[in-house]
Design a protein around this ligand. Structure first.
Ligand code: COA
Length: 156
């Protein structure tokens, strides 16, 4: 399995990207403004993520997804860690990610990969999405913001 940039000769895996965000408008916006990376093996796309620069020192991980048949085998963690390393080597000082209050597994994954919760954008999903979203029996209303310092300093 290799993780590579999805450049001009590669069409982004929309089916996978829409697993992470049901809004096609949001996915298209991220693809226009960010860089897409795919995990593939034998020409089969197994996972994807997008990195969007949000400032001189800050980059955001958006739209990470693993194809359903490959979930739960460690690929999601590999992709998150790859995004962190890539952000570091691009010279960013901070990487951020956001997920829903109902996304229990994603909250576990990001924290296992070194992210810490830094804020809550209350009612983000109720404001930006027409359909109500439920996961784990919880309504997805708020965006939990997480971030990781890449500068090598650790104050914790
Ligand atoms: N409690 C504790 N740990 C949990 C957990 C839970 N409820 N759910 C997951 N984890 C842990 C796993 O144990 C693993 O850590 P470990 O290696 O230390 O055991 C880690 O989280 C990730 O598991 P992994 O197998 O690498 O994840 P994955 O390949 O299934 O990918 C997603 C994770 C989220 C990318 C994948 O499920 C997916 O594509 N979901 C749909 C799209 C999506 O929701 N994207 C994120 C939008 S914010």
């Amino acid at each position: 399995m290799k993780i590579k940039k999805c450049g001009i000769d590669c069409s982004p895996p929309m089916d996978l990207l829409l697993l992470a965000d049901p809004s096609i408008q949001m996915v298209e916006k991220y693809l226009r403004s960010g860089q897409c990376f795919i995990a593939e093996e034998f020409d089969r796309v197994m996972g994807v993520y997008i990195l969007v620069s949000t400032g001189k020192d800050t980059i955001e991980l958006v739209n990470i997804a693993v194809a359903e048949e490959f979930q739960g085998k460690g690929l999601g963690k590999k992709l998150v860690l790859d995004a962190v390393e890539r952000a570091k080597s691009l010279g960013y000082k901070k990487i951020e990610v956001g997920t829903g209050n109902s996304s229990i597994n994603q909250l576990a994954l990001y924290q296992k990969c070194g992210f810490r919760i830094v804020g809550v954008d209350l009612d983000f999903f109720t404001r930006h999405y027409d359909e109500e979203i439920y996961e784990n029996g919880i309504q997805c209303r708020d965006m939990i913001r997480l971030s990781q310092d890449l500068s090598g300093l650790n104050f914790s």
